[in-house]
Write a protein that binds this ligand. Structure first.
Ligand SMILES: [Zn+2]
Ligand SMILES: [Zn+2]
Length: 352
C-alpha cells in the first residue's frame, strides 16, 4: 500500500524552506509515481531558496531523483512496480518540435524542459510524480548503485554537455573556469572527448585537487595567479580551443573570452543574473570568429541511459563528488553545509 501523505522540502519564501506533509499524488496519463531513494541539492536550489530564481510558494524543490517505481499511470508501458529508475533533472515530453529537433531541455519553449522543482513539485521528498514518464524513466542496470548514478541527473549531464556543444576535438586545449561539481564534470568531459590539455581553474584547494582526479592536466588557483595570463602561458600564447564557463559570473565569462584562440568557442553553462556584457576587446571587436554557445542540462531517458553506460564502462566515476550524507529529516542541515561550502563539501546525498 502506498502511503497517503509524504514529507517534502517546501519553498516558503526567501531563505525559508520547511519539511512538510503533502498528499501523495496519484499518477495520471503518462505519469509515474516514484518513491525517492536518493537525491541531492543543486546550486540552482540554492538560488531558489535565496530568492534569486523565482518559484511559487508551496512548491516542493529538488530535481535530481533516483528511486523505485511505485505506480505508473495509464499510457505508460514497459515498466513494472519496484523497478529502480534514474530520472533526469530535465523531463522532456519527447514529442514537441523542440524535443524532436534534439533540444530536449527547451521542451515546449525556452527552458521548458526543466519542470521538477521549478514548475511542478520536485524530488527532495519521499515521492515524486514524474511527468511524460514514458520518455523519462531510465532503468538503472543492476550493476550500478543509486550512488553511482544520482549525479548523472543534472550535474554530469550538464557538465559533459559543455564539451559536446562545443564539439571538443582530439588534441584541443580546453580551459574550465570554476571547478564546482558542474565544472568538475566539464573537466571530465573534456578528457573523455580527447582534449590534449585540460586546464581547471578555481581558488578552492579541495576542488583543484579533485579537478586533477577528474582529468585536469593543469590547475590554476586564481587567488594567487592571474588565470588569463596562466592559460596563455600554458598554451604558449596560443590560447585554448574551447573555454567553458561553469559559474555564471561576468568575470569568468570575460576571462573565457580572453583565453580563446581566434575561432575558439566559449561554451557557457553558468546561470547568469542581471546583465551579461561582452567587452569588445576580448571579443576581437566581434570579428575574431569566436563563437559563444550555451547549453541547459540535456534530459530524457536516452540521455540518462548513455550516461549510465559511461559509468558502467568505468569511463566516468562520480562517486568521489558525493562527499556528504544526510537523511531527508536533516534537510536544513544539508542546505547549510552545501550552501556554506563547509567541510570540503562537493555534493550531498539526501536519503528520504
Ligand atoms: Zn540543478
Ligand atoms: Zn517537448
Amino acid at each position: 500500500m502506498t502511503a497517503t501523505t509524504m514529507k517534502g522540502t517546501i519553498f516558503e519564501g526567501k531563505n525559508q524552506i520547511a519539511l512538510k506533509g503533502k498528499p501523495v499524488p496519484k499518477p495520471g496519463y503518462n505519469e509515474a509515481l516514484v518513491r525517492v531513494a536518493l537525491t541531492t541539492i543543486c546550486g540552482t536550489d540554492l538560488h531558489i531558496v535565496r530568492g534569486e530564481y523565482p518559484v511559487r510558494i508551496g512548491l516542493t524543490i529538488g530535481h535530481e531523483p533516483v528511486g523505485v517505481i511505485e505506480e505508473v499511470g495509464p499510457g505508460v508501458t514497459g515498466y513494472a512496480r519496484g523497478t529502480r529508475v534514474l530520472i533526469g533533472a530535465i523531463t522532456p515530453c519527447g514529442q514537441c518540435e523542440f524535443c524532436l529537433s534534439g533540444k530536449w531541455a527547451q521542451c515546449g519553449g525556452r527552458l521548458g524542459g526543466w519542470k521538477f522543482g521549478n514548475t511542478i513539485d520536485g524530488c527532495q521528498a519521499e515521492y515524486v510524480l514524474v511527468p511524460n514518464a514514458q520518455a523519462n524513466l531510465a532503468i538503472i542496470p543492476d550493476t550500478l548503485s543509486n550512488e553511482d548514478v544520482v549525479l548523472l541527473a543534472d550535474i554530469a549531464s550538464t557538465g559533459l554537455s559543455a564539451t559536446e556543444t562545443a564539439n571538443v576535438q582530439l588534441g584541443d586545449a580546453v580551459a574550465v573556469f570554476a571547478q564546482g561539481p558542474i565544472g568538475l564534470c566539464a573537466t571530465a568531459g573534456a578528457r573523455l572527448k580527447g582534449a590534449s590539455t585540460v586546464i581547471g581553474i578555481d581558488s578552492d584547494r579541495t576542488r583543484l585537487k579533485m579537478a586533477k582526479a577528474m582529468g585536469a592536466d593543469e590547475v590554476i588557483d586564481y587567488s594567487t595567479k592571474d588565470p588569463v595570463h596562466e592559460v596563455m602561458r600554458i598554451t604558449n600564447g596560443r590560447g585554448v580551443d574551447v573555454a567553458i564557463e561553469a559559474l555564471g559570473l561576468q568575470q569568468t565569462f570575460e576571462s573565457c573570452l580572453r583565453v580563446l584562440r581566434p575561432g575558439g568557442k566559449l561554451s557557457s553553462l553558468g546561470v547568469y543574473s542581471g546583465k551579461l556584457e561582452v567587452p569588445v576587446d576580448a571579443f576581437g571587436a566581434g570579428i575574431a570568429d569566436i563563437q559563444i554557445l550555451s547549453t541547459l542540462c540535456p534530459g530524457g531517458k536516452e540521455r540518462m541511459r548513455r550516461l549510465m553506460e559511461l559509468v558502467a564502462s568505468r569511463r566516468l566515476n562520480l562517486r568521489p563528488l558525493l562527499t556528504h550524507d544526510f537523511s531527508l529529516d536533516q534537510i536544513h542541515r544539508a542546505y547549510e553545509v552545501f550552501g556554506n561550502r563547509s567541510d570540503g563539501v562537493l555534493k550531498v546525498a539526501i536519503r528520504p
